[in-house]
Design a protein around this ligand. Structure first.
Ligand code: AMP
Ligand code: MG
Length: 353
């Protein structure tokens, strides 16, 4: 398939691709998405083919404004409305009862649908121009990290989609926070840039649960264990018996991307000793802590982030960088389990396998 490359101003052309039943890779503030009209079951099926994504892993539906929630969801609980009001447009997905209009292929047959209102200006213009909800998972081939810039999106999806729309580097670099809201009960299914602390700030004393299905538990340790964005590579052989249970976040059962290099997570205090053990090994380092004089063993490639947000933004790109540089090991600083640190710990844990 010939893939057209579009600049951020070519919104009309990009919208036309989706309206004609095609596949479009487009930028969002989290990662690049692989979108099709959510009303078009055939186009949505083509998303799964382009990604090599298992059919039991549902897609998130993207809309331009909260006014369109009623088109995709059968009901919007009060807590969900409050959270959308507080954090949308932005990197928040809420699982809602599904409108009968949403095709089965989008929800993997579930009676719920994940809905997000992205804030990236190019994504916003696109959604407005398309005029229909857009179903879109991350634009990676299954088993690869989500693309967080145009070059990575092109590398993964050229020849598999009708067009790729350039929107520069993604601001957050990690997939959206996913919440399930049932009545007053709010559960974090995937950690992201909308943190538990931010959610708690809106919900007040409403407890925030964590999904048993994802291995997440409430409390301090739980956040670090919450689900990321596992995609596939698994196949039937690695599915647990839980596979047959109705799932809360079905995609989370699939194996996540792991770089070629072995990922080792290390707290700041452990860095000098951990690096000494890698003497003679070609390794990369990513973290926010500079490697000072006490770190006598030096990495072949180093990505020093200015803060945890910057770390999150650059994480997936650094995986490509380290693999391309032929590193055998990736040393990734393990942040504390608070704020965006929880989402980072979750993705690092998955990358480390
Ligand atoms: P991606 O867009 O690639 O980050 O993948 C979307 C993820 O959202 C999936 O892997 C699921 O875990 C989750 N998801 C989407 N729709 C639902 C739903 N209806 N119920 C639970 N989880 C969902
Ligand atoms: Mg994904």
């Amino acid at each position: 398939m010939q893939t057209l490359f579009l600049g951020p101003k070519q919104i009309g052309e990009a919208a036309g691709v989706i309206r004609r039943g095609g596949l479009l890779v487009f930028p969002t503030e989290t990662v690049y998405g692989l979108g099709a009209s959510a009303w078009d079951a055939e186009a949505c099926r083509a998303i799964f083919t382009a990604k090599g994504r298992p059919a039991d892993n549902p897609l998130i539906v993207h809309i331009a404004t909260p006014a369109l929630l009623g088109e995709v969801a059968a009901a919007v609980p009060g807590q969900a409305r409050r959270l959308f009001d507080a954090f949308s447009p932005g990197p928040l997905t809420i699982i809602l009862p599904r409108s009968p209009r949403i095709p089965d292929v989008v929800t993997a047959g579930l009676d719920t649908v994940g809905v997000r209102i992205p804030s990236h200006p190019v994504a916003r213009s696109l959604l407005k121009a398309v005029g229909v909800p857009v179903a879109a998972p991350s634009a990676n081939r299954s088993g690869r990290p989500s693309p967080t810039d145009f070059a990575a999106a092109v590398a993964q999806m050229r020849g598999r989609v009708d067009a790729i729309l350039d929107g520069g580097e993604c601001e957050h670099g990690l997939e959206s926070t996913i919440l399930r809201v049932v009545g007053r009960q709010v559960t974090v299914l995937r950690e992201g840039a909308i943190t538990r602390e931010m959610i708690a700030g809106v919900l007040g004393d409403v407890p925030i649960g964590a999904s048993a299905d994802t291995g997440a538990a409430g409390g301090a340790a739980g956040g670090a264990e919450a689900a990321g964005d596992p995609e596939t590579a698994g196949g039937a052989g690695v599915r647990s018996p839980a596979h047959r249970r109705p799932a809360e976040a079905p995609g989370m059962r699939h194996t996540h991307y792991r770089p070629e290099a072995r990922v080792v997570t290390v707290t700041a205090g452990e860095l000098p000793a951990a690096l000494r053990r890698l003497e003679g090994i070609r390794f990369g380092y990513i973290g926010v802590t500079p490697l000072l004089g006490d770190c006598t063993t030096r990495p072949a490639v180093s990505v020093l982030a200015s803060d945890l947000e910057d770390y999150a933004r650059r994480l997936y790109r650094s995986f490509y960088l380290f693999d391309a540089a032929g590193c055998d090991v990736i040393v990734a600083e393990l942040p504390a389990s608070a704020g965006i640190g929880r989402a980072l710990r979750d993705r690092l844990r998955r990358a480390a396998g």
